[in-house]
Design a protein. Structure first.
Length: 649
C-alpha cells in the first residue's frame, strides 16, 4: 500500500509540474477579471474607463493595475469612493476633461502621475495633496485656479513633486510654498503681474521655468528674483511687457533664455554678464534700435541668437555689431539683424554693412567750461550726424546746468546738462555725471502762455548713455526739460539731484531750400535724384496733352467738312428732288445735288443693290452726263428739271 502511494504521488508531480506556471497565470487572470468593473475594459495592467459618460469612479477596481483611464467623462468631486484611495498598485491616473471644481480627494495613495487638465478646478487644499506623498508629475493646465484659490503651502505637502504644470489658469502671482525638489514649473498663459522676491526661495533645484504670456513689467519682478536659482537651465519670459531684461540672471548653468514679444527698448551692458553657458538667446519682436558695445561678450557658448523684428538703427552705434558678427564662427547661428532705419539702409543685412557706409559724428563736443559731452547714439532715438549749434537765445542759470550735492566726504558730485538744437522740432539733451548712475529719467513738457505745463512726457535711458534726442516738438515753443538720475534699484535719487531748465525751439523756416538743407544728407540723397525725373515727367505729360488736343481738333474739322459736302435733308421744295424707290421702299429722299443711281445686280433689283454717286459738281453748275441704263430699266423726271438731271429706275 505504501509503495502504491509513493508511485502515485511521484506520477502526479511529474504530470502536473510542467503545467504549474500556466495554471498560476490563469488564476491571476481570473483574479484580475473578477476585479475589473463591468463599466470598464481591462487589459493587462490598464483599466479603460474613459469616454463612457461616467459621473463617478466605478467600484470594484482591484489590485494589479497600474494605469487608470477616466478621462472625458462627467465625473464630479463627489464621485471618488474611499476604496479607491486604498488601491496601492495604480501609479498613473488620467482624469482630464471631466467636471471637477476642486482638487479631488481619495485618489490612489501611490499615484505618481496625475492628469487633471481641462476641468474647472478652482481651489487646491493642503489636505488633498497631503494624501499623495509619491506624486511626482501634476498636470493642472486649463483650469480656473486663482491665487486666492490655492491654500497657503498646499503644494509643499506633495513632498515628491518634480513637475508642476499650471498653464492657462487665472493666477495673478506665483503660488508661495512650492515643493523643495521641484524641477520644472510652467506658469505660462496666466495673469501674473507680480513676482515676490521670496517666490522661488525654496525651489533652488528647479531647472525649467516658463512665465510666458503673463502681465509682467519691470516693476513687477523684484530685484534678485532669479539669482538664487543656481540649477536653472531654461528661463522663458516671452509675451510680457518688459522694457529691459531683469537684473541678476543666474549664470551657472543657464542654457536657454527667451525674451521675445516684449517691449524691450534697451539692454544694459551687463544684462547678460556671467552667462558663460548660455547657448540660445531670443530677443525677437521687441523695440530695440541699438545695443551697447560688449553686450554679448560673456556669451562664449552662444549657438543661436534671434533678434528678428526689431527697429535696428544702422548708424555709428552699429559698427561694433558688424565687427562682432564677422568675427563669429560658422557654428553660431544669428538671425534677424536687418536695418530698419535710415531709409537708405532699410532691409539690408547688418553683417553686410561696410564701415565706410556708416557715418559717425565727432566723438566729443567740447563744452564751454572745458568738460566734454559724448554724443552716443541712443536705444530709443536716432541722433543725427549733422552739425549741432547751441541755442544762442538760451540763458540758463548756473543752478540749472550744475547739480551740487553735499555728501559726507568733502568732494562735490555734479551733474552737468547741456542742450543743443537739431532743427525746429528736435532738441538734443546731453549730460555728464560725476557720480555712478544706473539710469536717467528725462521728462519734458511744453509751457503755455500762462506758464503752465502741457502733458509731461518722459523716457528712461541707461546709465551708460550721455544724451538723448527729443523729437516731435512744436517750433518756437518753450519746453521745460528735467534730467533725473536713478539709483541702483531704479528708484529716484533725492530731489536735489534733479536738473531742470527751460529752453526754446527754433522757429520753422519758410524757405524750402533751407528746409532741404536742415533735413540732413540722408534726405537730400533721397530727394535730389527724384527732382529731374519729376520735371521730365511733367514736360512729357504736357507735350502728350497738347498733341492729343491738336489731333482731336483736326479730326473734328475733317468730319465737319465731310458732312457739309455730302449732306442730305428732308423738307425742301418739291421741284428739287426726284423720287427714288423700289418695290420694297417707297420713301422719298430730298437731295441737294444730282445723283446717278446705278444697278449693281440687274437680275434682282432690291434696295441694297444700288449705289448712289453724284454726277453734278457740288457748286450747282450744270454738267450734263448720260445716265447709263441697264436692260429692262426705265427713267423719268418730274417738274422742270432736265430729263438727265434726276433719274429714277
Amino acid at each position: 500500500m505504501e509503495s502504491q502511494w509513493r508511485w502515485w504521488s511521484k506520477d502526479w508531480r511529474s504530470y502536473v509540474g510542467p503545467w504549474l506556471p500556466l495554471l498560476l497565470g490563469l488564476h491571476l487572470h481570473w483574479s484580475r477579471a473578477s476585479n475589473c468593473p463591468e463599466e470598464c475594459r481591462c487589459d493587462r495592467t490598464f483599466i479603460y474607463c474613459n469616454e463612457r459618460s461616467l459621473t463617478s469612479v466605478p467600484l470594484g477596481i482591484g489590485e494589479g493595475y497600474k494605469t487608470l483611464y477616466l478621462h472625458n467623462n462627467q465625473i464630479s468631486n463627489a464621485g471618488f469612493p474611499l476604496e479607491l484611495h486604498h488601491v496601492s498598485s495604480v501609479e498613473t491616473v488620467y482624469l482630464y476633461g471631466n467636471q471637477l471644481e476642486e482638487f479631488p480627494i481619495n485618489l490612489p495613495k501611490n499615484v505618481r502621475v496625475l492628469h487633471l487638465q481641462e476641468n474647472n478646478i478652482q481651489t487646491i487644499s493642503r489636505a488633498a495633496l497631503a494624501q499623495l506623498l509619491w506624486l511626482e508629475e501634476l498636470h493642472l493646465d486649463d483650469n480656473s485656479i486663482s491665487t486666492v484659490g490655492v491654500e497657503e503651502g498646499a503644494f509643499r505637502e506633495a513632498v515628491s513633486l518634480k513637475m508642476l504644470f499650471l498653464t492657462k489658469n487665472h493666477l495673478s502671482s506665483v503660488p508661495l510654498g512650492l515643493p523643495d525638489d521641484l524641477k520644472e514649473l510652467r506658469l505660462d498663459e496666466n495673469r501674473i503681474a507680480v513676482i515676490a522676491e521670496e517666490a522661488f526661495r525654496n525651489v533652488t533645484r528647479i531647472e525649467r521655468l516658463l512665465l510666458d504670456g503673463n502681465l509682467l513689467t519691470d516693476e513687477g519682478i523684484a530685484p534678485g528674483t532669479f539669482q538664487d536659482l543656481l540649477t536653472l537651465r531654461e528661463l522663458s519670459l516671452a509675451r510680457n511687457s518688459l522694457t529691459y531684461p531683469p537684473p541678476f540672471l543666474p549664470g551657472e548653468v543657464l542654457i536657454k533664455l527667451n525674451f521675445q514679444d516684449n517691449l524691450l527698448n534697451r539692454i544694459p551692458v551687463r544684462a547678460f554678464a556671467g552667462l558663460h553657458k548660455l547657448q540660445r538667446l531670443d530677443i525677437s519682436n521687441n523695440q530695440l534700435q541699438s545695443l551697447n558695445q560688449g553686450a554679448f561678450d560673456d556669451l562664449v557658448s552662444l549657438r543661436q541668437l534671434s533678434v528678428r523684428n526689431n527697429l535696428w538703427l544702422c548708424d555709428c552705434s552699429i559698427r561694433w555689431v558688424v565687427s562682432w558678427l564677422k568675427s563669429l564662427t560658422s557654428s553660431v547661428n544669428v538671425r534677424g539683424f536687418m536695418c530698419h532705419t535710415p531709409e537708405r539702409f532699410r532691409g539690408m543685412s547688418i553683417r553686410e554693412l561696410g564701415a565706410e557706409l556708416v557715418l559717425c559724428p565727432p566723438p566729443h563736443t567740447p563744452a564751454a567750461d572745458g568738460s566734454s559731452f559724448t554724443d552716443s547714439p541712443l536705444n530709443s532715438q536716432y541722433v543725427s550726424s549733422t552739425s549741432r549749434q547751441p541755442l544762442p537765445t538760451i540763458a540758463t542759470p548756473p543752478s540749472h546746468t550744475t547739480r551740487t550735492k553735499q555728501p559726507l566726504d568733502p568732494q562735490r558730485e555734479t551733474l552737468q546738462v547741456r542742450f543743443s538744437s537739431l532743427n525746429d522740432s528736435a532738441i538734443h539733451v546731453g549730460w555728464v555725471a560725476a557720480f555712478p548712475v544706473t539710469a536717467y529719467k528725462v521728462t519734458w513738457a511744453r509751457m503755455g502762455p500762462s506758464l503752465t505745463g502741457d502733458t509731461v512726457r518722459e523716457r528712461i535711458v541707461g546709465g551708460d548713455h550721455r544724451g538723448i534726442r527729443l523729437d516731435n516738438l512744436e517750433p518756437k515753443s518753450t519746453y521745460r526739460i528735467c534730467v533725473i538720475p536713478l539709483d541702483a534699484f531704479n528708484n529716484y535719487r533725492p530731489k536735489d539731484d534733479t536738473v531742470c531748465t527751460e529752453t526754446v525751439t527754433t522757429p520753422s523756416s519758410p524757405n524750402p531750400d533751407k528746409d532741404k538743407k536742415s533735413s540732413g544728407p540722408e534726405q537730400a540723397l533721397q530727394q535730389e535724384p527724384s527732382s529731374p525725373l519729376l520735371l521730365a515727367g511733367l514736360i512729357v505729360g504736357a507735350v502728350v496733352v497738347v498733341l492729343v488736343v491738336l489731333f482731336c481738333v483736326f479730326c473734328w474739322h475733317v468730319h465737319k467738312e465731310s458732312r457739309s459736302r455730302w449732306k442730305y435733308n428732308r423738307g425742301r421744295r418739291k421741284d428739287e428732288y426726284c423720287e427714288a424707290g423700289t418695290r420694297k421702299d417707297s420713301s422719298v429722299l430730298e437731295m441737294t445735288e444730282t445723283f446717278q443711281i446705278v444697278s449693281l445686280n440687274n437680275e434682282h433689283v432690291l434696295k441694297a443693290d444700288f449705289h448712289i454717286r453724284p454726277i453734278y459738281t457740288p457748286n450747282g453748275g450744270i454738267g450734263l452726263r448720260d445716265c447709263p441704263l441697264g436692260i429692262n430699266s426705265t427713267f423719268y423726271c418730274r417738274n422742270n428739271v432736265q430729263e438727265a438731271d434726276l433719274c429714277r429706275t
